[in-house]
Ligand binder design. Structure first.
Ligand code: 2HA
Ligand code: ZN
Length: 273
């Protein structure tokens, strides 16, 4: 058994590397977590060691008690993950009560799991409940165009969702529930985690103003593809806003409804009013 050969490890490393190549992970920017399946955990348990102490999560997440997560390390660079996964990543075990975690694999030269661990774990908790366990990935990155837009668009879910939906016809099909927006807050703690997790009850994409983006998804391809789509739409909007007389025509609210009907997705009508 070799944890590095597991499909989930390969998928994790693949999107971390591709995200870095996209320019979404300067220095130690961004973080990623995967809720390991019980059968995967069973297969790799021989790689785990239980000598590192339990630490407080900061908030209780009882419905993910006893689960294992693969997470990026705090201060580690996405650029280095492929070269050296065991130094830059960790597997953590959550205690049965869902109050503490300990590192059971990785961070071979020391360190801690991502500084955004509270946001990751609280988002996992919300999504596990709401998707009957289907969602397993929380991905945070720093794409330039969507961040740029948080300086010029109103920091409101409807305004952001509408503008981004309008930029590519397929956006309302890819994220029909829209985008949640968190105003600027200090990152890395339980406060921003609570606000983010609340929005994750409604959305799979949540923006942090002047900082970055979080998404929740079932698998690595969908998580990466979701951010790729949002960021491409944001890039188009930045170009449109940079042109002298702006939009001359666009995709209307009714067009978006028509796309949703044609593709059998449930569009978030609250954002189209
Ligand atoms: O440094 O992106 O939000 C990692 C981060 C914190
Ligand atoms: Zn960040």
């Amino acid at each position: 058994m070799d944890i590095l050969k597991e499909d989930f490890m390969q998928g994790f490393i693949d999107i971390a590397t591709e995200g870095y190549k996209k320019g979404w992970h300067e220095r130690n920017g961004g973080n990623l977590s995967y809720r390991i399946k019980p059968e995967e955990a069973e297969r790799i348990k021989g790689c785990f060691s239980y000598d590192r102490p339990f630490q407080e999560i900061g908030r209780a997440v009882p419905n993910i008690g006893g689960e294992y997560f693969l997470v990026t390390g705090s201060g580690k660079y996405f650029r280095n993950i492929e070269k050296n996964p065991s130094e830059n990543l960790a597997v953590i075990e959550i205690d049965e009560a869902g109050e503490k975690y300990r590192v059971v694999w990785g961070l071979s030269k020391g360190g801690r799991p991502t500084s955004e661990l509270p946001t990751h774990l609280m988002n996992h908790s919300v999504k596990k409940e709401l998707t009957q366990g289907r969602h397993r990935i929380i991905y945070h990155s720093h794409p330039a165009n969507i961040i740029a837009l948080t300086f010029v668009l109103p920091l409101e879910d409807a305004a952001f969702s509408r503008e981004i939906w309008e930029m590519i016809t397929e956006c309302p099909i890819v994220f029909p529930e829209g985008i949640g927006v968190v105003p600027w807050m200090v990152p890395g703690g339980c406060e921003i985690a609570e606000v983010t997790a609340k929005l994750m009850e409604k959305y799979n994409v949540v923006l942090w103003a002047h900082h970055g983006i979080f998404c929740s998804e079932e698998d690595f391809d969908s998580a990466f593809g979701l951010i790729e789509t949002v960021e491409k739409a944001a890039e188009i909007l930045v170009k449109v806003l940079s042109m002298s007389d702006g939009k001359r025509q666009t995709i209307t609210a009714q067009d978006i409804r028509n796309v949703a009907v044609a593709y059998y997705v449930k569009i978030n009508e609250d954002l189209l009013k």
